[in-house]
Ligand binder design. Structure first.
Ligand SMILES: *[C@@H]1O[C@H](CO)[C@@H](O)[C@H](O)[C@H]1NC(C)=O
Ligand SMILES: *[C@@H]1O[C@H](CO)[C@@H](O)[C@H](O)[C@H]1NC(C)=O
Ligand SMILES: *[C@@H]1O[C@H](CO)[C@@H](O)[C@H](O)[C@H]1NC(C)=O
Ligand SMILES: *[C@@H]1O[C@H](CO)[C@@H](O)[C@H](O)[C@H]1NC(C)=O
Ligand SMILES: *[C@@H]1O[C@H](CO)[C@@H](O)[C@H](O)[C@H]1NC(C)=O
Length: 454
């Protein structure tokens, strides 16, 4: 029993020595470590004949960092790590040799096919501390991403990853507190932070546009239109307002001449707009205003039946008909045509001839008088002979009677003392339409008299 066991051990030993020799022969300068193996990183295994050049297979694969030789099974196990990278996985095994790839070993993390897990792993594997971008495994199997390693803190800056971790519209913040965690493989659990940019909402991995217009989180003026867009919004002032949209002020179209009121219209500015109204005397919609014929439409305020209405552009004119006085709106009968004294004695007529009546008008008036009755209808206008009209020196009107339109006129009355213009007196005369009135005062002496005729 003991002998058999001893024999078996010695056979294994001898075999091992043989194999060791064979392998070392095959593998040339390969550094081999007997009785050890690297576990957990084997990506391929291969049956091997003794003669087979084992190293060659490793040399031809970029992934190959080392391999284990399984003595009893004549099998090789290719690993994508070295024992330097993962010292914790380097364990004793009496049935194995460990070989590190002898030449052209690809540095860990330097190509996509050979991604690292952590910065520390690279540091250990390559024996240097160059802070730069390396390839790392990602959460998606078989894919790798380029990201920056800070070898001092051994932190991967996930935010530099060639694979996008945050939404396009998010900000990525690298968190150095979790420096040793190779978080490219992990979810957003603290080693980096995705925050949606202003104007977007979401968890950072996915950010959706925030509609500021409907959520009311905009600062547009009440008199503007809010228009949402990706990440932001715009404000534009309503028609009739001016400003940047955040502040909109009423445009005074009337004073800025930005209105369409007609020339004969009044522009009235209102908040957000304006109104046009035709001026008095015009009618229309305020854009087009036409003259109103107030005389024809009867909207004038001329004194009816006593005044003439004349239409003018934009207005009208009132003028009192002749025989009325006033401003056209009020036309009155002159008071002297209504309130006058009556000169009606038949002796006043120029046709009256007598040497026995020596009447004198020295105390007449002053006041308005009308010739009536036997005295005739008006003052004589040609020189009467002396002793006519019941006096020595009869008076007569020089210059003729005025027309109604002449209004109130001043005239001279002459008295015939042998000379037709022997004495004179200035008087006023008005044509009242169907009769005349005279403003008379006492004669300069006696016996002088104002004379009537028909
Ligand atoms: C490295 O080896 C591990 C362990 O076998 C394997 O899961 C991984 O996919 C390998 N990596 C690559 C890039 O082949
Ligand atoms: C991100 O925002 C931009 C504008 O800032 C927008 O054009 C784009 O559509 C947004 N992307 C996504 C995925 O929402
Ligand atoms: C992030 O997740 C990994 C894997 O689940 C874990 O090991 C690590 O502790 C987590 N970090 C934090 C800050 O939660
Ligand atoms: C102008 O418009 C305002 C508001 O509509 C109104 O109150 C005001 O009377 C108008 N003014 C004129 C001169 O039309
Ligand atoms: C209106 O009447 C005034 C005064 O009577 C006159 O001066 C003016 O010329 C008149 N206008 C027209 C357009 O007739």
């Amino acid at each position: 029993m003991k002998m058999r066991q001893l024999f078996r051990i010695s056979v294994v030993f001898v075999l091992g020595q043989l194999l060791y020799k064979a392998v070392t022969q095959q593998c040339g300068s390969q550094v081999s470590i007997f009785g050890w193996m690297l576990k957990g990183h084997i990506y391929n295994t291969m049956w091997a004949e003794l003669q087979h050049k084992c190293v060659q297979v490793c040399r031809e694969d970029d992934r190959c960092q080392s391999f284990n030789w399984v003595i009893s099974l004549l099998k090789r196990e290719f690993s994508n790590r070295t024992k330097e990278a993962r010292p914790e996985d380097f364990i004793p095994d009496p049935d194995r040799f460990y070989y590190k790839r002898d030449r052209n070993r690809v540095p860990l993390g330097s190509i996509p096919k050979l991604p690292a897990e952590t910065c520390l792993e690279i540091k250990m594997s390559e024996g240097h501390s160059i802070s730069q971008k390396y390839w790392f495994s990602t959460i998606k199997p078989g894919t790798s991403a380029l990201a920056h390693c800070n070898m001092e803190t051994e932190d991967i800056d996930e935010c530099t990853s060639s694979v996008r971790l945050c939404d396009v519209n998010a900000t990525c913040t690298n968190n150095r507190e979790f420096a040793v965690i190779s978080d490219l493989k992990l979810s957003n659990n603290g080693s980096y932070l995705c925050t949606c940019k202003i104007g977007f909402s979401g968890d950072g991995k996915t950010c959706n546009d925030l509609d500021e217009c409907t959520t009311g989180s905009h600062s547009c003026d009440v008199n503007s239109v809010c228009q949402n867009n990706a990440g932001s919004y715009t404000c534009s002032c309503n028609a009739g307002y001016t400003g940047d949209g955040k502040t909109c002020n009423d445009i005074d179209e009337c004073s800025s001449n930005a209105h369409s009121c007609g020339v004969n219209a009044v522009c009235n500015n209102t908040v957000g707009s304006y109104a046009c109204a035709c001026k008095a005397g015009y009618s229309g919609d305020g854009r087009k205003c036409t003259d109103i014929d107030e005389c024809a439409s009867g909207t004038d305020d001329c004194h009816s039946s006593r005044a003439l209405c004349t239409n003018t552009v934009g207005s009208f004119n009132c003028s009192c008909s002749s025989s009325y006085i006033g401003d056209g709106r009020t036309c009155n009968i002159p008071s002297e045509c209504q309130n006058y004294g009556s000169l009606n004695s038949g002796s006043r007529r120029t046709s009256y001839s007598s040497y026995y009546h020596y009447y004198c008008d020295s105390s007449l008036g002053p006041g308005w008088f009308r010739f009536q009755g036997s005295a005739g209808t008006r003052m004589a206008t040609s020189c009467p002979s002396t002793y006519r009209c019941g006096t020595y020196y009869p008076g007569w009107l020089y210059g003729g009677h005025p027309s109604v339109a002449d209004g109130l006129v001043t005239r001279t009355v002459y008295f015939n003392n042998g000379y037709c213009n022997g004495y004179s007196r200035n008087i006023k005369v008005r044509n009242c339409g169907s009769y005349y009135v005279y403003y008379l005062s006492g004669t300069p002496t006696c016996n002088l008299r104002y004379c009537g005729t028909n």
